[in-house]
Design a protein around this ligand. Structure first.
Ligand code: MG
Length: 140
């Protein structure tokens, strides 16, 4: 079994990670099970495992949860499970991760212009409506 040395975001590309995930799958001959539907379902299952970590945790307890070594380790592992599956889904679907993410960020920048949404959690459709209402009312 080949050990994987700890990698870093600063020196590892998404392509590198996709290749490592594919290698893991190929070594086990699991590719035949990894169709887009089943991988998407697995992402949701792992997201549920991530949520389980926060279930019933009060908002004021979150920062101490993140400092707890055992919980932090579990968070990292569930996050890694999700990322691994997302990389796998990108490969199965023939998507370039960096291109897909950058395209979506560009789309989100247009959907959520900083000038409109800065410091506001509301959905952009509500804010645009509010913006129109404000314009129709004129300056306050
Ligand atoms: Mg898991």
């Amino acid at each position: 079994m080949a050990d994987i040395q700890p990698l870093s975001d600063d020196t590892t590309t998404t392509g590198d990670l996709k290749r490592l995930v594919q290698e893991f799958i190929d070594e086990r001959d699991w590719g035949k099970y990894h169709n887009a539907k089943d991988v998407a379902i697995a992402i949701n299952v792992e997201a549920g495992e991530l949520l389980e970590l926060f279930e019933w945790v009060r908002e004021h307890e979150i920062s101490s949860l993140l400092k707890d070594d055992e919980k932090r380790c579990r968070l990292a592992e569930e996050l890694a499970d999700i990322i691994l599956l997302c990389l796998n889904l990108a490969s199965v679907a023939g998507l370039d991760v960096a291109e897909t993410v950058s395209r979506k960020l560009t789309k989100n920048r247009m959907k959520y212009p900083a000038a409109l949404v800065k410091g506001n959690y509301r959905k952009y459709t509500e804010l645009r409506g509010q913006s129109k209402d404000n314009k129709s009312r004129g300056p306050a």
